[in-house]
Ligand binder design. Structure first.
Ligand code: SIN
Length: 487
């Protein structure tokens, strides 16, 4: 069946873009490999950063540029912050129950992070928008894994092949999130296997800045699961203590606990090495406040035997967010005709080398809508002639082990080279969804490693102990000849 627009992914970007497309009168199909209420948006805690007044627009722009360490595209940042507030209004009109109080997070000079349902802001957005999508009768395909992009003989992307069949359209918008699952310990959910990035790369699209992977500073490790403790905890006054139960952040940055994320993550890593352990201490915030402001974290950690209102919580940095991705312009347009991308899957120029906390959910709103508007001007219906090849790897764990060791929070030429030698190669063959997901991770893990090796400097989320200082401001670009087979 043919639609005007296919949207792949049901996080904030996909849901909101689908609603916008419907409002414009487009026929849209929203495809999700799991149920709609899943993925990274569903698990996001902290919230959504919006300027709180016209006077806060410039400070929000400056905070974003500063966190991005020289690699943001300034015009993209300006456009993003200037347009963001209109989407806050829209979310309120859809019924997202934002609370009145806004919070500070790392790198923000002003409390501008909006939250809902305490520390379950993403869930509030996901559940609310999913309900509106269902109420509006938007066509949805849940539990359908996109295996291939379909291309016409002019090279235009004209649809997708899913485990449930082929779908053709006038344009395709990828809103399928990042690749946190490339790493052994991550806050990213199981779904975050970089599928959209790998599909676009196989089809010949340009990827950018793949070596920039953001580590969240405060993650409680339960086995190989990372339980996020939101930056909003530090925004509300929680403190970091080292293994000697002493504060240490003043030695690393004048903003101390509220320094940008790259600084705090590396400081914690360094203190763990020096003193054995790092803790997040919320005790002085008071039991009632902690339970009311952070109810989900309180319950989740309680089930792991830690009462965050009464004892310091051991924390470590863990992979949280994919900064690089499919290169797009400010209208979500990729380098391939007919293919758009927005949100974590894309490299829009907003985040530079280090994303400012809570800018990513609003990014999905701003650029999801811009992508829909641009796609509407460019709908073309061509016959599919080929598809991107299927690629598999036996296990995700084999990729995770190599990348975790080779391109972790600290990297050197030696660790990266070893990882490049041992990274499993994706095999061109069909397989289970798990094997295809592992194939996607392996296909793009190579770009993370090559980007990390070639970037002989340290900047934001990329830290080379053999090149600890920043050097030239430049982007990394990745492209391969299309991996296609005839239909
Ligand atoms: C957090 O709540 O700390 C995560 C916010 C974000 O990643 O933007």
């Amino acid at each position: 069946m043919q639609h005007d627009l296919l949207i792949v992914g049901s996080g904030i970007t996909g849901l909101y873009a689908a609603l916008h497309a419907k409002a414009l009168g487009l026929s849209v199909l929203l495809i999700s490999k799991a149920k709609l209420e899943s993925g990274s948006t569903f698990w996001a805690q902290g919230g959504l950063a919006f300027p709180t007044s016209p006077e806060d627009i410039e400070p929000h722009i400056q905070d974003t540029l500063k966190a991005g360490r020289g690699l943001c595209d300034e015009s993209t940042v300006r456009l993003f912050v200037e347009e963001a507030s209109q989407h806050l209004e829209k979310l309120l009109s859809y019924g997202v129950p934002f609370e009145d109080h806004q919070t500070l997070e790392g790198g923000h000079s002003h409390p501008r992070v909006f939250h809902a349902w305490g520390d379950a802001s993403g869930r509030a957005v996901s559940v609310t928008l999913t309900q509106v999508v269902r109420d509006q009768g938007i066509e949805v395909l849940e539990g359908a894994f996109v295996q291939s992009l379909l291309l016409s003989d002019t090279g235009r992307v004209v649809g997708v092949q899913t485990t449930e069949g082929n779908h053709v359209a006038g344009a395709v918008l990828l809103a399928s999130g990042g690749f946190g699952q490339m790493y052994p310990v991550t806050t990213a959910p199981e779904e975050a296997t970089g599928d959209g990035i790998a599909l676009a790369y196989r089809a010949g699209a340009v990827l950018r800045d793949m070596e920039f992977v953001q580590f969240h500073p405060t993650v409680f490790l339960a086995g190989n699961r990372g339980l996020l403790i939101t930056e909003a905890a530090r925004g509300e006054g929680a403190l970091l203590l080292n293994g000697q139960m002493e504060r240490f952040m003043h030695q690393y940055d004048p903003l101390q606990e509220l320094a940008p994320r790259d600084v705090v993550a590396r400081a914690i890593d360094a203190e763990e090495t020096k003193t054995g352990r790092v803790y997040l201490d919320l005790r002085h915030l008071g039991e009632a406040f902690v339970q009311q402001r952070f109810p989900s974290i309180y319950e989740r950690l309680k089930s792991q035997g830690v009462d965050i209102s009464r004892e310091p919580v051991p924390v470590s940095p863990a992979v949280h967010y994919t900064i690089g991705g499919i290169l797009t312009d400010t209208n979500g347009k990729t380098t391939l005709e007919g293919l758009y991308a927005a949100g974590e899957v894309a490299s829009s120029g907003l985040h530079g080398a280090n994303r400012l906390a809570s800018n990513s959910l609003p990014e999905g709103l701003v650029f999801g809508v811009r992508a829909v508007e641009a796609a509407r001007q460019d709908l073309k219906f061509e016959i599919p002639a080929s598809r991107t090849v299927l690629e598999t790897v036996g296990s995700k764990a084999s990729v995770q082990q190599v990348i975790g060791a080779g391109a972790g929070i600290n990297r050197t030429a030696e660790t990266i080279r070893l990882a490049l030698q041992t990274l499993p190669h994706p095999e061109p063959r069909a397989g289970s969804i798990e094997e295809l997901e592992a194939g996607n991770l392996a296909r793009i893990a190579d770009t993370v490693l090559r980007g990390a090796l070639e970037r002989e400097e340290s900047r934001g989320g990329h830290f080379r102990t053999d090149y600890p200082e920043p050097d030239e401001v430049r982007h990394s670009l990745f492209q391969i000849p299309p991996l296609l087979e005839p239909l």
